[in-house]
Design a protein around this ligand. Structure first.
Ligand code: ADP
Length: 500
């Protein structure tokens, strides 16, 4: 270990230089020698030296001058003075000038090595302290820079930002947030959440993130809130310390008022256009039916064929209009849903009866496997009819001749599961995530023949989610498709709503 360290022995007496060198080398040090102060300073400038062992009186340059130079040019290198008995007072003077220690000649080997070792230890400790100090200064600088950068980023953001500590108190927010929430003066920080946004759903979201019941580190909660007449899309997530403890939450507020207004305008437009189209189309369809029934005179085969085709197109248009109106209604809000305790087995049985003839005309067998006494769900009857009519109609439409469509309901305790499965054409895996999008239809030679709008499944998903349920699909091409609808049962919904 000590062979990494160099001791510089400075003495005009060669015997002493040699003697010290031998002793120190036997201890494992590297040794350099100089005959006077000037030589010593040249050596110090040329290579790293850890300790200087310097005679007090030398020709050319003595220890006092060496000390002065070392303290200026090589601070941190300890200098030990070697002195005769008669010059101890001078050696003490050297100590005052910054020498680390002195040894009086003649000195013992043990004494010399001990003093050198201590000087080296001091030098190493000072060196380490200097390094730590420099590192600390660097860290503080980096921290200050990071803080300043964060501060600028947060304050330049067009979105509102709010940070809480682990107690749920607000410790940071930007000016955009204060503007969005209409808070004129920034409340004190840390401050209570309600001083910024008094919304029970938001409070609950923050509390649930801080409770950290979910071990998923990528967990976040997305909400849509309305505050100060501004619609906000709100994303909250916890942040963690190095020990994986939740330290607080960060929430970003994005103003979506403009999109909401556009959406509202679009819905109004769709509603208006659809209403205006529906009545004349229904009248045209009725008149076609009268002509096709022969009530307006005999028809030639060609006329009948052309009118039948037009009749089918009008029917398609009317279905599109009805779907558009349903989607617009759904998107306008779920306030109109009249949610009452419903026995889905009745609705499903009626639906099967209603669609049996259509299934038979397409040579599809309908099977209902719903046991008696299934739990009730809190739901809007018309929505449920719409959901299952869409799913069962799709199952019939996308089934081959002789295919079987099965509707089954299973109680799963907190929720009811309704499965609509077919043995039809199936859906390619890459199409599955898209089929619930509005107007999305799978384009293939097999689906080309089925008339549709691509709105049915969007409607199903929207309505089921408005009932706090979910809809999933599993499919294998050429084997069949199963749609799985999950709806909370009445007891569970009471629990979830806290008896509201
Ligand atoms: P569409 O009016 O086209 O039926 P949907 O929104 O109901 O619109 O369905 C979207 C697409 O999903 C359909 O175009 C079809 O390709 C596919 N699809 C829906 N249900 C089934 C099913 N049971 N079997 C195979 N494909 C289906």
């Amino acid at each position: 270990m000590s062979d990494q360290y160099t001791v510089l022995v400075v003495d005009d007496e060669e015997v002493l230089r040699l003697g010290c060198s031998r002793v120190l080398k036997s201890e494992g040090y590297r040794v350099a020698t100089a005959a006077n102060g000037k030589e010593a300073l040249d050596l110090l400038a040329a290579k790293p030296v850890n300790v200087v062992l310097c005679d007090l009186k030398m020709p050319v340059m003595g220890a006092l001058e060496v000390l002065e130079e070392v303290s200026v040019r090589f601070p941190g290198v300890p200098v030990i003075i070697m002195t005769g008995l008669g010059t101890v007072a001078d050696a003490v003077e050297c100590m005052k000038k910054g020498a680390y220690d002195f040894v009086t000649k003649p000195f013992s080997i043990d004494h010399l090595t001990m003093v050198v070792r201590r000087a080296l230890e001091k030098q190493l400790l000072e060196e380490r302290a200097r390094r730590l100090q420099a590192e600390q200064a660097r860290n503080l600088y980096n921290l200050a820079m990071e803080q300043s950068r964060m501060h600028t980023i947060v304050n330049c953001m067009a979105d509102g930002v709010l940070v809480t500590n682990r107690e749920g108190e607000v410790v940071l927010c930007n000016s955009t947030l204060l503007q969005l929430l209409g808070v004129s003066a920034s409340p004190p920080q840390p401050g209570p959440l309600h001083a910024y946004l008094d919304d029970p759903d938001f409070k609950e979201a923050i509390a649930s993130l801080l409770a950290g019941a979910d071990p998923d580190r990528n967990r976040f909660i997305a909400q849509e809130l309305c505050a100060n007449r501004i619609h906000l899309r709100v994303l909250s997530a916890p942040f963690y310390g190095p020990d994986d403890q939740i330290l607080g939450t960060v929430t970003v507020f994005h103003d979506i008022t403009h999109f909401k207004e556009l959406d509202e305008m679009k819905n109004d437009f769709v509603r208006m256009v659809s209403h205006e189209l529906r009545s004349p189309l229904a009248a045209i369809k009725q008149q076609h039916a009268v002509i096709l029934d022969g009530l307006a005179g005999e028809l030639t085969d060609k006329q009948r064929e052309l009118l039948s085709r037009a009749h089918a197109k009008i029917q398609g248009l009317l279905e599109l209009i009805n779907d558009l109106l349903d989607v617009a209604k759904m998107e306008a809000g779920h306030g109109q849903l009249e949610q009452i305790p419903l026995d889905l087995s009745d609705i499903l049985a009626e639906l099967v009866e209603l669609l049996r003839e259509r299934a038979a005309s397409q040579k599809v067998i309908l099977k209902l496997e719903v046991p008696g006494g299934i739990p009730l769900v809190l739901a809007d009857r018309r929505s449920m009819e719409e959901v299952f009519t869409n799913l069962v109609s799709n199952a019939i439409n996308y089934s081959p001749d002789g295919g079987e469509v099965k509707i089954a309901a299973i109680s799963r305790g907190d929720y009811l599961e309704v499965l609509v499965s077919d043995q039809g054409i199936g859906i390619e895996p890459e199409e599955l995530p898209k089929i619930f999008d509005k107007f999305y239809r799978v384009k293939s030679p097999k689906t080309r023949l089925v008339i549709g709008t691509g709105l049915g499944l969007a409607l199903v998903k929207g309505l089921i989610e408005a009932h706090r349920g979910s809809v999933d699909v599993e499919s294998a091409v050429g084997v069949g498709t199963t749609f799985k609808v999950k709806l909370p049962t009445v007891t569970d919904m009471k629990g979830a709503d806290g008896g509201k």
